[in-house]
Design a protein around this ligand. Structure first.
Ligand code: C5P
Length: 283
């Protein structure tokens, strides 16, 4: 039996850092939502008792450094696998982009193995297992729209945003989340108003949602990589509403209600940036 799992990317409508923890991580408060830009994960049983991962990407290793591989190992360790498994990842989400590409692949593997083995493990348990693989994996197990706290592993569902288009532009650089977190100056942060975004989501209020969005990692990444600032400025210049960097970057996105306006911004951005996407929100 061959089984497919869709692994959608996420964007951060907000990302706030509340403090530094003793375990080297930060306490965060993030609102995330999934978008219709997705990797496709194919899983099937093999005769040999091993875990194989394959993918066509110059940037992602297929060995034990791959989060999808780690997820399969963690699943096998906790629940056992009645057979070996081959996992093929069709990579469509840009890598090291702030879009949770590795985390969503790992989450898709957890969901996929659960289905392949017919174990019926509740999502909460898969999310708990995912937390050991990466801070964004628990959110990716559930998908849709949610607020994540702790180091990202405590996930509470939220109302989905009003339906709109997302234009994403990824400058041609990869950003390490760890590096960005290390450079945060806690006392200088301009905290986004997370409660306002939650309200805006409940009321499906597009304007209010856009005006409340914020990401405290933005300043760090924009200072380290002026190219990201340039892309953000260009997008704003084109009249794009709701422009924000996702995660630790470098991808910058805009939320646009109207398709023809979204298409105009998408076409415009393609003149400045190689990797530009026009997709719908899923969450
Ligand atoms: O959990 P994950 O492996 O995705 O995190 C990558 C790095 O980002 C961590 O090693 C840590 O330096 C930083 N991080 C953090 N606080 C978080 C999440 C990530 O400091 N809540």
């Amino acid at each position: 039996m061959v089984l497919f799992e869709k692994a959608p990317a996420k964007i951060n409508l907000s990302l706030d850092v509340l403090g530094k923890r003793t375990d080297g991580y930060h306490d965060v408060e993030m609102i995330m939502t999934t978008i219709d830009l997705a990797d496709r994960v194919r899983l099937y049983a093999i005769e040999q008792d091993r875990i194989e991962v394959s993918l066509e990407s110059r940037y992602v290793p297929s060995d034990e450094r791959n989060l999808a591989y780690k997820a399969a190992v963690a699943f096998k360790r906790r629940y056992g696998l009645p057979f070996g498994v081959h996992i093929h990842i069709e990579k469509n989400i840009p890598v090291s982009a702030g879009l949770g590409g590795g985390s969503t692949d790992a989450a898709a593997v957890l969901r996929g193995l659960n289905r392949l083995c017919s174990f019926g493990i509740p999502e909460e348990e898969l999310a708990d297992l995912g937390a050991g693989i990466g801070s964004d994996v628990p959110f990716c197990v559930y998908g849709n729209t949610a607020i994540a706290t702790g180091r990202g592993e405590k996930v509470e569902p939220l109302a989905s945003p009003p339906s709109c288009w997302v234009v994403l532009a990824k400058p041609n650089i990869g950003v390490s989340t760890r590096t960005i977190f290390q450079q945060i100056k806690l006392e200088q942060l301009m905290h986004p108003n997370t409660k306002e975004i939650v309200h805006a989501l409940s009321n499906k209020d597009f304007e209010h949602m856009c005006s409340s969005m914020g990401n405290v990692l933005e300043n760090v990444t924009l200072t380290l990589y002026p190219e990201v600032q340039r892309i953000k400025d260009i997008m704003k210049h084109m009249g794009a509403p709701g422009v924000l960097m996702s995660g630790s970057g470098p991808t910058v996105y805009s939320l646009v209600e109207n398709y023809s306006k979204a298409k105009r911004i998408y076409n415009g951005m393609r003149g400045f940036c190689q990797e530009v996407y026009l997709v719908r929100l899923l969450g």
